[in-house]
Design a protein around this ligand. Sequence first.
Ligand SMILES: Cc1ncc(COP(=O)(O)O)c(C=O)c1O
Length: 437
Amino acid sequence: MSRLGNTSVTSEHIFMAAQKFGTPFYLYDEQTVLDKCHDVLKMPNAFGLSVSYAMKANSSRALLQLITGLGIDLDLSSLNEGKRAHLAGIPCSRMMLTTQDVPLGPARKDLEEMILKGMRYNVCSLRQLELIADFAVAHQITLSIRLHPGVGAGESVTRNTGDKYSCFGIHLSDIEKAMALARQKGVVFDQVHVHIGSGGDPELWRSNIDRELSYVEKYLPDVKIVNLGGGFKEARMPDEKPVDIQDLGLYASNKFHQFHQRTGRKLVMAVEPGTYIVANAGFIVTSILDKKSTGEDGFNFLIADAGMEANSRPLLYGSRHPFFIISRTGELLSSEFDLSELYPEADYRVVVGRCCESGDSQSLDAHGHIIPRLMANPEQDDYLVIGGAGAYVAAMSLANYNSYAIPAEILLRTNGTFQCIRAEQILEQMIQNERSL
Ligand SMILES: Cc1ncc(COP(=O)(O)O)c(C=O)c1O
């Protein structure tokens, strides 16, 4: 079987797309995005479910249109994300802004306009509350409040957003102050929000549900929506285990029912996944440019025509992405999803990019050390495909490092055709804002 991972992308697709568009490019599988969205929309719930897509994971316009077209709203981390989504035709009423930014300065007018058009505002600090309260009350707009529970979980410490090493939301030690200010101003919080991190232990995600409901009971009499954030653990590599979100939904649903029995309040559950929806739908398709070795005690290097500038995650977090080697005629030579047979000249190899930096490797651990991986021995011009590349890859790239262009983004449609959803950057675009001496 020549499928890449659990997606509908095959080695033949890679070959055809590479012929058509030239490498490197990002390739997204529409079917996987649709399947993942439906998975989340089917989450069991007690009194209603609201799903938002965390667009920071991948903000490509066509993907936003695809995802929101299924009834999923948007979680924004900046006002610009909202403007971008609005330019893609998505109404403000389908968005909520959760940001570290403060509602001041030149963007304040735009912020107010978007709130008046229905964008929800999630208050993330006491200062944000002070700055937005009068406006909200004057226009009878209810707000959401993001709380900092002091407990979090992430795939790495840098993606834990709930413990004392991060500062997202109003810490519990300030909640009395926040509620007093809200009462004094007349602010109504009808939503509470906690996002404890990305890709952490599902057990902690579970325990956050209990914690968040206890805040609603103790402090938040007007809350109708309990937003549990994103952060569902996805498995990019075959040896990883994804969270069972149906099971999480069942757990949450029981807790919401118990809460109702205790308090008489029926709460809507909200979730805002990014990774879970797009991570495994994405690939980076590269060509092997060169092969080198560093001697008997060294490593076998494969030099691909995209690396850290297209995917910074290995360098940032030591993240692992599955590798697929495909011959220049479209034959799948090796896949990390099936290492049962010995591929031609299978050996441990290191995948690097073209940047002048030894950290430009897709085969790193969390400390930046090279970790070779088992794969076939490609020839020059064969394809090396990097999987699990739909979330926080194009969106979080180190664009233009070494002046390499941002690759095109291509969508494999469910009818088998390819659609370019973002053209490759050209040199003129890279330098257009520069000014000569
Ligand atoms: C507030 C908020 N919600 C949702 C998400 C999405 O997280 P994930 O991509 O892990 O699902 C993030 C990511 O950092 C976030 O900060």
